[in-house]
Design a protein around this ligand. Structure first.
Ligand SMILES: [Zn+2]
Length: 294
C-alpha cells in the first residue's frame, strides 16, 4: 500500500537495499500513481530504529511486571530507548485494538468496571475504565481519566495540587463509544452498582440489558480485586484486572515504579491489553507484536 495515496495494488517492486544494522535485504517498492518509493520497512514496527533485535523480547518483558529501568538494564540500552519503544508499541497496540474491535464478530456479553491507580503520587489518582468480553476474557476497550483523591488524602491533595477537574465521565463515555463498534445491539452488560453506570449504558447501548451486582471497591494497593469475595459475579473482569496489576509494573501494589505521565500510562495499558489478548490465544501462536489490520 502506498503511504501517500493509500491505494493498494498500485505498486511495483523496485530493487532491494541492504540494511546496515543487521544486513537484512529489504524490498523496495514504487507507487505507479504518485511515483514515490518506499519499502517493506515503511510499515514495520522497527521502522527507522537502530536497535531492532530486542523489540519482541522488550514487548514481552514490559508485559511481565518489569519496570522500564530494569528492562533497559536487561537489554543493555539507555532508559530513553525503552521509553521510545513504549511510545511506539503503545501507538501500535492502540491501533491494533481498534482494528480488532472493528473486524471481530459482535460480542454478546461484556463486563466493565474501573481500576484505580495514580500518577506520580496517591494524591493524583486516575481511573481506568476497562471493558472485557465475558466469554473469552479479551480486553475490548479502555481509557484513562483523572479523579479526585478520597478520604484523608482529599484535603492534602487540594492543598498541594489544587482541585483537579474530574475526567471520569468523559473517560467512561469514550470507552463506551469505542465499545459500540464491537457489540451486538442486544448485548448483555455486566457491571457493579455504581450510580453513574445505568445512564451510561442506556445512552450508548439503548437495547442492551444491564445487569449489576454488588461490587467491592478495589483498593489502590493489595490484590484487592480478587480477595474477600466468595462468589464473584463479575469474575472475568476482576481476574483481568488482577492480571493487569500483576503484569504492569506501574499498576502493581506498593510499587516504586510509579507512572509519571497520564498519556504514557495509557500507552502502557494499551500495550498490556494487546499482549493480554494475544496471550489468551497463546496456544495458536506465541505473543508477538505485529501490526494487526483485521
Ligand atoms: Zn501513491
Amino acid at each position: 500500500m502506498c503511504p501517500i495515496c493509500k491505494i493498494r495494488n498500485n505498486v511495483v517492486k523496485r530493487g532491494f537495499y541492504r540494511r546496515p544494522s543487521d544486513q537484512k535485504k529489504v524490498q523496495r517498492y514504487r507507487c505507479k500513481i504518485c511515483k514515490i518509493s518506499f519499502s517493506e520497512q515503511t510499515y514495520a514496527i522497527d521502522y527507522r530504529q537502530q536497535k531492532r533485535g530486542f523489540n519482541q523480547s522488550c514487548f514481552l518483558t514490559l508485559c511481565s511486571g518489569v519496570s522500564q529501568r530494569r528492562a533497559a538494564y536487561i537489554f543493555q540500552v539507555v532508559p530513553r530507548t525503552i521509553a521510545r519503544r513504549v511510545k511506539k508499541f503503545g501507538e501500535i497496540c492502540e491501533k491494533n485494538l481498534k482494528n480488532y474491535r472493528e473486524n471481530r464478530a459482535k460480542v454478546n456479553e461484556v463486563e466493565f468496571d474501573e481500576l484505580e491507580s495514580f500518577i506520580h503520587t496517591k494524591l493524583k489518582p486516575v481511573t481506568v475504565p476497562i471493558a472485557v468480553e465475558k466469554k473469552t476474557r479479551k480486553v475490548l476497550a479502555l481509557n484513562i481519566g483523572n479523579i479526585g483523591a478520597k478520604g484523608h488524602l482529599k484535603k492534602i491533595s487540594i492543598q498541594k495540587y489544587g482541585r483537579r477537574p474530574s475526567g471520569r465521565l468523559s473517560a467512561l463515555k469514550s470507552m463506551a463509544k469505542d465499545l459500540q463498534t464491537c457489540v451486538a445491539p442486544k448485548v448483555r452488560v455486566g457491571s457493579d452498582k455504581c450510580p453513574l453506570y445505568p445512564k451510561l449504558v442506556r445512552d450508548h447501548f439503548p437495547e442492551a440489558s444491564h445487569h449489576t451486582c454488588k461490587g467491592s471497591r478495589g483498593a489502590v494497593v493489595g490484590l484487592g480485586e480478587l480477595k474477600k469475595i466468595v462468589f464473584d459475579p463479575i469474575f472475568t473482569l476482576n481476574h483481568t484486572y488482577a492480571m493487569f496489576r500483576d503484569n504492569l509494573k506501574t499498576l502493581s501494589r506498593r510499587t516504586w515504579a510509579t507512572a509519571k505521565r497520564k498519556d504514557r500510562l495509557l500507552l502502557l495499558l494499551n500495550i498490556y491489553a494487546w499482549f493480554h489478548n494475544l496471550w489468551l490465544d497463546r496456544k495458536r501462536a506465541k505473543p508477538r507484536l505485529e501490526v494487526f489490520d483485521g
